[in-house]
Design a protein around this ligand. Structure first.
Ligand code: SF4
Length: 371
């Protein structure tokens, strides 16, 4: 089959086949969907919250955060009135912290501009901070019954297999074709359910490795299955190697308190508190790097003491090893030259602040260094 034919076949489905796929997906979803708290509601606030939390994050991880968030902020007005510090504390450990900041910004917008009523269609929802095409489609179809598609990683995989899309799903052109296909597979009567059925199928049956085709409701309509391509599809663009950085940080003590800096809002991990420090440059020792970083970042001359501990952490585009050293101030007063604020925090008050996951893992190691 030539590419032109393949493209034609893969942007639209035969209407009978399409209707049959939707019918089977809906029947399967209604009999097999996981009972998740955000599936028991049509409240756009709760659906929006769950969709933001589920971005890049597993359902099992989200469940606890969703429960704590909805208890703390049962409605959008409650969230809009919250402090960023409190929202970040509740989000602590969930990662991708710009989601939490956008959530707060969007809640405040909804309350200020429309008295707490959420925009009711995908085109308006996409104007909210942190809401992209996928999230707008999910909220609009599930909460408002709009016939609009969703395309996340799970749906991309299902569609690439169902229609035997042989081009990389990371390419823009393929992305457009998959959006078109996803749009073709939205049920007119139950758009929210058909979208969720595709996502659920990708999460539980049409998994990245070893899809369980024997349990798949659309197996007999699936071209990848028919052509023995399920292990090959979807095609992904080769990934670049993930860089690794050595990071050094200083635990500075004063009267039983420890010095932390608050990261700028728009930076990675924005709004979270961290030990001052930074990246080790090529050719630098840890001590040289830490002395330089603390001088540049907080204006202090320090003596680097014992190595407290090291932890490894993986972010999306790089990995780090974070080394913490117990340090002593020789000269100077702390100045926030990079952070938006510096604070000497009592260990008993650490739970009032939000920290990155790697920093949290270092706290138990600090006990023996407090003076
Ligand atoms: Fe995925 Fe297999 Fe179902 Fe095809 S038959 S959609 S490959 S699970």
């Amino acid at each position: 089959m030539d590419d032109a034919t393949l493209v034609r076949m893969c942007t639209r489905l035969d209407p009978e086949q399409r209707n049959e796929i939707i019918r089977r997906l809906l029947r399967w979803f209604r009999g097999n969907a996981r009972d998740l708290p955000w599936r028991r509601t049509r409240d756009p606030y709760l659906i929006w919250l769950s969709e933001i939390m589920l971005q890049q994050t597993r359902v099992e991880t989200v469940l606890g955060y969703y429960a704590r968030f909805t208890e703390a902020y049962p409605c959008v007005e409650d969230l809009a009135a919250a402090s960023e510090e409190h929202v970040l504390k509740l989000w602590e450990g969930l990662g991708y912290y710009s989601r939490a900041r956008n959530l707060l910004e969007a809640a405040r917008w909804v309350v200020r501009e429309s008295g707490g009523a959420f925009p009711a269609d995908a085109r308006s929802l996409i104007q909210l901070p942190g809401v992209g095409r996928y999230t707008a489609g999910a909220i609009a179809s599930i909460a408002f019954g709009e016939r609009t598609p969703v395309l996340d990683g799970n749906v991309k995989r299902v569609l690439a297999r169902l229609c035997a899309v042989r081009e990389s799903i990371d390419d823009t052109a393929t992305g457009k074709r998959l959006w078109s296909l996803a749009g073709h597979l939205v049920s007119a009567r139950a758009p929210g359910d058909s979208n969720q059925a595709l996502m659920e199928l990708g999460a539980r049956i049409c998994t990245p490795r070893k899809p369980t085709c024997g349990r798949c409701p659309v197996q007999t309509l699936c071209r990848a299955h028919e052509e023995c391509l399920t292990e090959i599809l979807p095609v992904r663009r080769p990934r670049k190697p993930i860089p690794h950085h050595e990071i050094v940080a200083a635990a500075l003590f004063k009267n039983g308190r420890i010095l932390f800096g608050r990261r700028p809002s728009r930076s990675m991990l924005g709004g979270l508190w961290e030990f001052p420090g930074g990246k080790v440059n090529p050719g630098e020792t840890h001590v040289e790097a830490l002395e330089r970083e603390i001088r540049e970042e907080v204006g202090l001359e320090i003596e680097v003491g014992d190595h407290v501990a090291a932890v490894n952490h993986a972010y999306t585009h790089f990995k780090i090893t974070l080394h913490l050293y117990a340090c002593r101030v020789l000269r100077g007063r702390p100045e926030a030259r990079f952070h938006t604020a510096l604070k000497w925090i009592l260990p008993a008050h650490l739970d009032r602040h939000a920290f990155p996951a790697a920093t949290l893992r270092l706290f138990p190691e600090l006990e023996r260094f407090r003076r």
